[in-house]
Design a binder for this molecule. Structure first.
Ligand code: SER
Length: 312
């Protein structure tokens, strides 16, 4: 069997996907790759096409989950780095996948592909994409690049526009929607959180289990069911910062959330509040499972175990 390569293997999605795919296919079948040393991961920067090529040469790679990338807030601090890692990294992966005849490539886009003039509620699949962050620019350009490699070279690249992802395995990683992940940590550790977006800020979000199911769902679908070769809209749930704080407060006595919006407010305001994902549902059977109560219960119980802090 050709091996599976996962880049960004110690990131938010990668750290969960590596374990899952290894338990399904065996440790040797899944090659982890990250720019930081972590477990048995190949330590390679995805902008280094030669080093990346050696990994493709060493292992017989048939499927790639290319997850390495900078998120929105980190990207605004260093736009050139975001461009280089997010776009040149993607192009390196697409070129090597073609050269090594990989069967399938997964690459994540994001709600950040949208911008201030995108329809705010239920942003449609073909909504206007005019991002105001470098991260969003790399997502729109990346979507077009994936579509180009599919049309021009027949490469089977599949993609979804993830909402803000909420999970407990890794620490928050420089995204704007990460306010929600940080809120869980601080609620448990300090019973207080100063939130960097306004209480009324509503964003599309998704619990990690749903995100992983979507990822495997689109990758397992027969090729003829994939009709969108840029990136599929994907929705889980939408909530405001104050709705999340209230849901945590109902489960954790004495939790106080304050609000001190910073530069990330403008990023959050540029994104839609909710997403119309009917095409993903129709084409490859996508359906989310987690609502706000299920998400908050699961996050608090997992983090309480991880941080050894009882839920009272
Ligand atoms: N979660 C990402 C971010 O906030 C959006 O895709 O940067």
């Amino acid at each position: 069997m050709n091996k599976i390569l996962i880049t960004g293997s110690s990131g938010q999605i990668g750290s969960e996907l590596v374990g899952l795919l290894r338990s399904k296919y065996g440790n040797d079948q899944v090659v982890a790759l990250d720019n930081r040393k972590s477990g048995d991961a190949e330590v390679v920067d995805v902008t280094d096409v030669d080093a990346l090529g050696e990994v493709f040469n060493k292992h017989s790679i048939g499927t790639v989950y290319h997850l390495a990338g900078l998120l929105s807030a980190t990207g605004e601090k260093n736009p050139s780095l975001a461009w280089n890692v997010n776009l040149n990294g993607l192009k390196n992966i697409l070129d090597l996948s073609l050269a090594h005849k990989a069967d399938k490539v997964f690459w994540p886009s994001s709600i950040a592909a949208f911008g201030p003039s995108t329809q705010k509620k239920m942003a449609p699949q073909d909504a206007r994409t005019n991002p105001s962050t470098m991260y969003g620019v790399t997502k729109v350009a990346g979507e077009l690049l994936c579509d180009y490699y599919h049309t021009r070279y027949g490469l089977d690249v599949r993609s979804v526009r993830y909402p803000g992802l909420i999970s407990h395995a890794t620490e928050p990683g420089g995204g704007t929607t990460d306010y929600a992940v940080t809120m869980f940590y601080e609620a448990l550790q300090k019973r207080r959180y100063t939130c960097f977006v306004k209480p009324t800020t509503v964003l599309p979000m998704m619990y990690m289990d749903d995100a992983i199911r979507a990822t495997l769902g689109i990758m397992d679908a027969d090729a003829d069911r994939i009709k969108v070769h840029t990136s599929y809209n994907l929705a889980g749930l939408s909530f405001s910062a104050e709705e999340l704080a209230a849901a945590i407060g109902r489960r954790l006595s004495g939790f106080m959330c304050e609000y001190a919006p910073d530069f990330r407010q403008q990023i959050a305001d540029s994104w839609p509040e909710s997403i119309d994902d009917h095409q993903a549902r129709a084409d490859w059977g996508w359906k989310p499972k987690y609502d706000l109560d299920a998400l908050v219960d699961t996050m608090l119980s997992a983090l309480s175990k991880k941080l050894h802090i009882p839920l009272v």
